[in-house]
Design a protein around this ligand. Structure first.
Ligand code: AMP
Length: 397
């Protein structure tokens, strides 16, 4: 997998052209449809501004959530179009019909340098089916296709893959940045290279671990997934989350790591709760002594010390997944301490989207890390060493 040979927005004629720009503007909204976190929109501005400067006519396309019904107003891109209009100090015209005569007419009537936005692309179910006719209809709106939606580059949809059959294509600045940072870290990392994996399940991350074992020096495993590993070592884990059918996989991973000289660090101690709830009674116990009836909900202080010592000496860090149930105040200390160590390390640090990105952001460390990815699932696919269909589809230089 090598995407450095893919065309960039700077390699393709876009001056005075109509450009179909696939962004990922899938931002969280509250119950009043206010945007809770604008990061993904803000990260898209560089490409949009570049197109404006080059007098392109811009058609922005994005999905928002997973709408079940067509035109469900809770999933409309209206709040996003409004925010973008303000951020760009320029009207962003929202087109209620994704394709069709009205949409075509409105786009034809726009001037070069103007911007419009198609309604939520997932209002048309042909999007996720990668329908060929739909891809053609989308392509017929523009002269050039730019993909700046890293978070959906692992998806084979009409607006990420199908459309590229019918238009010259290139990557936007955000996609380019995400690929370059991840590729550099995986190909020529500054050592020691440390991966930190956490979160709920081992099963989601087995392929990531298998791929990283031939690249990293140390693999730190925390969070819910660590209990499958400590259970594989024969430790009692009480009611902690454990994937029994992955115990032999955990054993294989540990054996493979030993063979390759990769150090695996597991929690030495844990904060355990009497119940799986935010305000349950809790205490700290060693990893091999979790009592029956208690559940591991965070890493303990001996563990944060052990993990932090390694993190502080790292040259490159990739982190995906929290160290505990960080959504609950009593169990967020482990994740916060690890975030603090990553921020302090001075290493090239990449936060792989999802919960760990939210944790870094909420704890105020966003500016102290090298890169916070805009795509959790897409980053995991990249770390698995798997190909990304939407990137495969982009024209080569
Ligand atoms: P993932 O999407 O796999 O990165 O998992 C993130 C989720 O893992 C978060 O919602 C955490 O609450 C959850 N998590 C982390 N540690 C634990 C734990 N010890 N027990 C249960 N869930 C956990």
């Amino acid at each position: 997998m090598n995407y450095s040979n893919k065309k960039s927005i700077t390699d393709i004629p876009i001056k005075n052209k109509t450009v179909f720009l696939r962004c990922d503007l899938n931002v969280p909204l509250d119950s009043k449809l206010n945007i809770v976190d604008t990061k993904k929109i803000d990260e898209s501005l560089k490409t949009i501004n570049y197109l404006i400067e080059n007098n392109s006519k811009i058609i922005i396309c994005s999905h928002l959530g997973r709408p079940k019904n067509k035109n469900d107003s809770n999933f409309s891109l209206k709040p996003i179009a409004n925010y973008l209009s303000k951020a760009l100090a320029k009207e962003v015209v929202l087109l209620p019909e994704i394709t069709g005569e009205n949409t075509k007419k409105t786009i034809d009537n726009l001037n070069f340098g103007d911007i419009c936005m198609l309604e939520n692309i997932r209002f048309d179910k042909r999007e996720t089916e990668n329908d060929d006719n739909f891809s053609k209809e989308l392509a017929s709106l523009a002269d050039v296709y730019i993909n700046d939606a890293f978070a959906v580059c692992h998806r084979t949809h009409a607006s990420t893959v199908g459309i590229t059959k019918y238009l010259p294509s290139a990557c936007g600045f955000l996609v380019e940045k995400e690929i370059t940072i991840l590729e550099n870290a995986l190909k020529s990392p500054k050592r020691p290279f440390v991966a930190i994996l956490g979160g709920a399940k081992v099963s989601d991350k087995i392929e990531v671990i298998n791929n990283l074992l031939s690249k990293v020096d140390t693999l730190i495993i925390g969070g819910g997934m660590s209990y499958t590993f400590t259970n594989a070592l024969g430790y009692s884990i009480g009611n902690s989350i454990c994937e029994k059918d992955k115990i032999s996989t955990a054993k294989d991973i540990m054996a493979k790591a030993k063979e390759k000289g990769v150090k695996i660090l597991l929690p030495l101690d844990n904060i355990v709760g009497l119940e799986y709830s935010a305000d349950t009674e809790f205490k700290t116990v060693d990893s091999d002594k979790i009592p029956n009836g208690w559940t591991g909900l965070d890493i303990g202080s001996k563990t944060t010390k052990l993990f932090s010592e390694t993190i502080l000496k790292a040259g490159t860090i990739i982190w995906n997944g929290p160290m505990g149930v960080y959504e609950w105040k009593n169990f967020q200390k482990g994740t916060a301490k690890i975030a603090q160590a990553v921020a302090k390390s001075g290493a090239i640090s990449i936060i792989g989207g999802g919960d760990s990105a939210a944790a870094i952001q909420n704890l105020g460390f966003k500016d102290k890390v090298t890169h916070v990815s805009t795509g959790g699932g897409a980053t995991l696919k990249f770390l698995e060493g798997k190909s990304m269909p939407a990137l495969d589809a982009i024209d080569e230089k």
